[in-house]
Write a protein of this length. Structure first.
Length: 99
């Protein structure tokens, strides 16, 4: 099995203003690739057009405890809120700073 970013504990994505989608691993790769298995904290900051996060990361990262989203796209916020009960993340923080 291939492991991508095997030691990464915290990841922050900032000011990717043109990014609309963070691509997920392909369905046929699910059994052969593990992504960020030690990730505990994911922060998305000022990525105004980002609409989708990889479900493989949100639903399969066994150690992910904190998701912090600052000034996000409305569609991304809705999708995460819709899935919030299914997520195993202890802490989800929303900070809106539109002005």
């Amino acid at each position: 099995m291939d492991v991508v970013f095997p030691k990464l504990v915290k990841f922050t994505l900032c000011y990717c203003n043109q990014l609309k989608e963070w691509e997920d691993i392909q369905e046929e790769e699910v059994d052969t690739i593990t992504v960020m298995p030690k990730l505990e904290s994911l922060e998305i900051r000022f990525c105004d057009k980002l609409e989708v996060l990889p479900s493989g990361l949100l639903f399969k990262a066994p150690r992910l405890k904190k998701l912090e989203i600052i000034s996000s796209n409305d569609l991304l916020r809705k999708r995460i809120r819709d899935d919030q009960l299914k997520l195993h993340i202890d802490k989800i923080i929303w900070i809106e700073s539109r002005g």
